[in-house]
Structures are given as structure tokens and as C-alpha cells.
Design a protein around this ligand. Sequence first.
Ligand code: SAH
Ligand code: SF4
Length: 349
Amino acid sequence: MSEIAPTFISELYPEELSELLGLKPFQGRQLFQWIHRKKVFDVDEMTSLSKELRARLKDGYSINRLEPFRSSYSEKTETRKSLMKLADGETVETVCIPAEKRHTFCVSSQVGCAVKCTFCATGESGYARNLSAGEIVEQVLHFMSDETGVMDDDRKPNIVYMGMGEPFHNYDAVIRSIRLLMHEEGMQLGARRITVSTAGDVKGIERFTDEDWQVRLSVSLHAANDTLRDELVPMNRKYNLERLMGSIHNYIEKTGRQMTFEWTLLQDVNDSIEIADELVDLIGDMKAHVNLIPCNPVSGLGYKPPTPSVSRAFRNHLERRGVLSTLRLERGQDIDAACGQLRRRTLTT
Ligand code: SAH
Ligand code: SF4
């Protein structure tokens, strides 16, 4: 029935809760709603459940496992970052980037990452393990709950899978977590408000193309020729640009959706006008948008962001040649918001 073997209550669908606990369908839905709609984790507060069921839940099961353990907040940008402790003592990061209309939550899909992009703090710290679907959803529930105080009304957040980890190396749990976030008995988040970002895992892109939904896909490109991309994103040695672009063309053709590319701007590495031209040659013929992110320097990795004028020149050149792009603010740099950095600092101090 399910693609993984879930053991924790927060990652089960209502019908699976009923099956696990021997409940009637409506009771499974009630329990699911307490967690995913009302964001209640304390069994004693689940007043519509029978005393007997509450006692059984308390004795034998764990509802949630994430414990916010350290957090940082930037006055300037209002960006909030939480380091979450998992049941086995590992830690992951989740970031909330607020906005007038809609907040964006940036969630992690793995503890560490095996891809090892050369500018990324998460890659540098190595790979420890996959997160379960429940551990991913609980990051969202954390920021949605009253305690964090970031959601003061009923507006729904955007979710981006751009925290720690390569989502397509943990495909099944990521897909399950998205279905839980969208569930009609739960948070009911809209598919178009959810974006999965991959460093270019072609197998994952192919599977994602066949999913029957409107969830968005973003590919972290950073280089438009194989020599440079082999160096920056080592996964390129497995799936080179020709294969990657083939899978993206297929994705666009089959789904009709717009593609987003992430491009971390690294000073004197991928920020020149010649390289902007290479990028246009690679993607200019497709329905695409490029997010330009000036690099957040990670100590010891040796990369710097370009000066603002160089970043703007890169952006303007793309625009002149007809490629849509956004130059992202360097938000949260003062709180180590670049992926993996708060955890890295915590582990090394
Ligand atoms: N593994 C996935 C998703 C998580 S990384 C991926 O690579 O797409 C999310 C984004 O953060 C990626 O686009 C990545 O390139 C970017 N990133 C990583 N380290 C960065 C840094 N030091 N400065 C700026 N962006 C960075
Ligand atoms: Fe992994 Fe993404 Fe970091 Fe690359 S940028 S090491 S894929 S988390």
C-alpha cells in the first residue's frame, strides 16, 4: 500500500491510521485532523478521541519527533531559522522567509547531502541519512503552530524543498510528505505553492514528470557547460547537461509547466557575460525563469558573491537576450541562512 514503511503517526494517511490502530474510518480522519489541521501534538488535547484510544496512543506511539533546538532570527530581514533535533539526535534546518502576502518555508529532505556541490555547507558536512515523510511535514507544522508565532492568520505558506539534502535522493518520502501537506483532511496546501528543487537527478525528474499533480520543479544549474558543472555539481558526472536538458524538455512537453532554474552566482566562476550567453544558449528556447542567488560564503570553501553591479549586469544581460530572471536578495546572510550553515556552526562549536 505505502511506498515506505512508516512507523510514526505523523506520516500516516487517515486510512493508514485506521488500519494501524484498528479504528473506524472517521476516527482515523479525526486523529489526522488533530495533527495536520489543528497542529496539536499533545494526545491529552485531542478531546474528540476516546479515552481508550488516547491511552493507547500515549503508551505505544510517538506523534512527533522534531524538537526545535536552536533558532536564529534576523531583525533586518525577519528571516527565522530553526535547527531541529530528531529522535536519533541528528539535526536539520528549516527556514521561514516572511512576506506580506505569503511566507515561504524552506524545508530539509535529508540530514546532510551526498551530492557535495563545492560551494554548499550541507554538501561539505557529508551525508548522514534520509528524513522520513513525517520528519519533513513536522518542519512545516512547527512553523504553522501557534508557538512559533510566525503564522498570525490563516494564510497558507509557500513550501520550497531547498533546505538540506537532495530531495530526489529521498524520492518516496518527499512525495509522501507533499501528499500529506496537500491532504484535504489536513493543511490543504496548493500544489502550485510547493516547489521541489533538485541538483539535476535525471531519474527523479523522470519520475516527477509522471506524477499527477501541479507541484513545481526547480533545477539548480549553476553552470551551462559540462566542464564547469562537473566541478561545481559533481552529480553532473553521472547525468551530464545533455541528459539533464533532455529530461527537462520532456518534463515541459508533458506537463506544460514553466521551469525554474537556480543559479548561485560565484565571483569569477560563473558570473561573466560570456557565461550568461552560454546559459541563454542552453535554455533560451524554453519556458523558463532563472533565480539568481548571490553566493552566501561558507568559511573554508573559498567562494564569494559577485559585487552587486556584476550580479546586476548578469541579470540585465539575460533580460536583454529574452530570458526572465530574478536577482534574489541576499536574505538571512547575517543568520547563516544559507543551507546547512547553522547546523555546521553548531556541530563545530
Ligand atoms: N539539493 C537541492 C535542494 C537544496 S539546496 C538543490 O541543490 O537544488 C537549495 C539551493 O541552495 C540550491 O539551488 C543550491 O545551489 C543553493 N545553495 C547551496 N549553497 C549555497 C550557498 N553557499 N550560497 C547560495 N546558494 C546556495
Ligand atoms: Fe546537496 Fe543541494 Fe547542497 Fe548540492 S546544493 S550539496 S545538491 S544540498
